[in-house]
Design a protein around this ligand. Sequence first.
Ligand SMILES: O=C(O)CCC(=O)C(=O)O
Ligand SMILES: [Fe+2]
Length: 275
Amino acid sequence: MIHVRRLGKQIGAEILNVDVRALDDAGFAAIYRAWLDYNVVVVPDQHLELDDFLRYSRRFGAIYPHPSKSTRHPHHPEITVLGVNKFGPDGTLDQAIYRRGAEGWHTDGAYDAEPFKATQLYALAVPSRGGDTLFASMYAAHDALPSRLRDRLEGRTGIFTYGGRRKATALLDPEDRDWTPVRHPIIRTHPETGRKALYFDPGKILSIDGLDAAESDAIIDELTERMIQPEGEYRHRWRNGDIVIWDNRCSYHKAAGDYPPEEDRIHWRVSIKEH
Ligand SMILES: O=C(O)CCC(=O)C(=O)O
Ligand SMILES: [Fe+2]
């Protein structure tokens, strides 16, 4: 019998007593419900081949190859492999690979007209220390906004691009770096839960539409300060065989980026959209 155990105060749940290779529709519905309720779901102790991981991931939606072509699995482009080829031919550590996702709190795919609904990782190798992934609730961020700021943002869109204001595009092939910016409402209603979230990403946003540059920059700075509410956080310490899925429509995450670089930290990763 599937058991759902809550992890953080507001987000994070662990699903116990399940083998995702042999999961019926009722079992999957229980996991999906827990995911909508707690935004980050951990399924520990799984023993998956690549096809098992793809099959299970497709139950959440459609899988799309990540725009970073150089980090795709050579035979399965819809799988990104995190943490491989960290060292260049001269032995130097490639920071873009080692620190992928560690530059700051973010939500995956805000540079896309239809951002990723979910991202799912499966842990193949876990370092002896460090390498956690941190999560935080966008609902908590929204609910904690002062009403002055919420009123200023309601109905406004943000303009987002790959790499944002820092132009951090090292993981893209050179011919893919000229990205066309997209717009998203900053206060976004989750399509499945109906709850309001602060949809924001300091590493991808360029500006807030309709504000002058100084006010837009000031609000971006203020949102960067306010986006993480401590009671809305969950920190995941990885074990081999963990599957973790997060909802990019209502949670932020970042990699701790602090493990011994000479050790392996390897995950299969998929980006999931609605259709
Ligand atoms: O490696 C991690 O902990 C997370 C990296 C990340 O941000 C991502 O895969 O989207
Ligand atoms: Fe990410």
